[in-house]
Design a protein around this ligand. Structure first.
Ligand SMILES: [Zn+2]
Length: 95
């Protein structure tokens, strides 16, 4: 049987499962979303080319409490992980 006789208004109604969702305004995930955008790599670490949606890719993933941006640069082909650190622990170079 065809849907040609169905009420067109009912086809555009919001499904019951989505009626209580708030699609605009503040959300509980906003701090993570803002931190993601703030820390997103903007330049390639090898050639310094600008990284944006057309010139590269940075995908955030997590290992325990470390946030890692897997990044690819279209300009030079560099691919690697970029990790922001609050404190660097290293060795002291010999004199
Ligand atoms: Zn590059």
């Amino acid at each position: 049987m065809s849907d040609a006789g169905a009420d067109p208004a009912s086809a555009s109604e919001v499904p019951d499962t989505a009626k209580d969702r708030r699609l605009t305004g503040e959300h509980w995930w906003d701090p993570d979303r803002k931190r993601h955008v703030d820390d997103l790599p903007r330049h390639c670490p090898r050639c310094a080319a600008v990284l944006d949606l057309e010139s590269g890719i940075s995908v955030e993933y997590w290992e325990a409490d470390r946030r890692i941006y897997h990044t690819w640069c279209q300009s030079c082909g560099w691919t690697g992980d970029i990790i922001k650190v609050d404190r660097m622990v290293g060795h002291e170079a010999a004199d």
